[in-house]
Design a protein around this ligand. Structure first.
Ligand SMILES: Cc1cc2nc3c(=O)[nH]c(=O)nc-3n(C[C@H](O)[C@H](O)[C@H](O)COP(=O)(O)O)c2cc1C
Length: 232
């Protein structure tokens, strides 16, 4: 299984990315994570998390008090004792430490993920701001996130872009069209409601499940349409 690249940018919906990280690590994947400065503002505003990009530790993605609320599915990351981070398996009741997170500063162009020779199984930008969308669509490579996305496009590897904005300007729509034509998958943070969501977590899981499907990561996060015989 090849490593995956996950970039978090400054659009609303940081919780999508945290859940995605959790699911991928629980699925045993090594995730190369990079975060934009604007994403730290969103993390602070939406989830009350203080993330220091110059001294990053995945534990900063845990709730401030270190406690996970009992009704939360966002059980997130725990140190694995070996310098890595892992999540308890969401696929069984037992604690299974599996994948890990490798952090890359958004300005570190010497990072492996800045090069096409570093093989990956794909990249996801989640959530993706309109600013990052525009930068990638115009090939600007102004930070590691843009550069890694550019690499995935040029190498014809999977690039999943999860934009979040509403309404959408013609500029944003044009940029999405351009990226789709270049080979990216545009997967808007648009949860469906046909799986009978009971909570925000169910809505988050809807989007994360679709991202995992794109990456070929097996998951049972949501009831799949057609899988329930009562629906015919
Ligand atoms: C709390 C918060 C929410 C934001 N939500 C969005 C959003 O949903 N979509 C978007 O395109 N920009 C949003 N922004 C603005 C972006 O963060 C801003 O355009 C930034 O320059 C994006 O930089 P980045 O792409 O490098 O992360 C938000 C900013 C903040 C602080």
């Amino acid at each position: 299984m090849r490593d995956l690249v996950i970039a978090m940018t400054g659009a609303s919906g940081a919780a999508y990315c945290l859940r995605l990280l959790e699911v991928l690590v629980a699925a045993g994947r090594t995730v190369h994570l990079t975060i934009s400065p604007a994403a730290t503002q969103v993390l602070r505003h939406e989830l009350d998390l203080q993330v220091d990009l110059n001294a990053f530790d995945p534990q900063q993605l845990l709730p401030a008090d270190g406690q996970v609320s009992s009704d939360s599915k966002l059980k997130l990351l725990k140190p694995d004792g070996g310098g890595g981070y892992a999540a308890s398996s969401i696929f069984s009741d037992s604690e299974v430490f599996t994948g890990k997170i490798v952090y890359h500063h958004y300005r570190d162009y010497s990072s492996g993920i800045a090069s096409g020779s570093f093989l990956t199984g794909g990249m996801v930008i989640c959530p993706c701001s309109m600013g990052t969308l525009a930068s990638i669509a115009t090939g600007q490579s102004q930070n590691l996130i843009h550069r890694a996305a550019d690499v995935h496009l040029k190498e014809r590897r999977k690039l999943v872009v999860v934009p979040r904005e509403t309404p959408l300007s013609v500029i944003a729509l044009d940029n999405m069209k351009r990226l789709a034509e270049a080979g990216a998958t545009i997967l808007p943070a648009m949860p469906g409601f046909y799986h009978s969501p009971k909570s925000i977590h169910d809505l988050i899981d809807f989007v994360v499940a679709r991202i995992c499907d794109q990456l070929g990561v097996q998951n049972e996060l949501i009831q799949r349409w057609g899988a329930d015989s009562s629906r015919g």
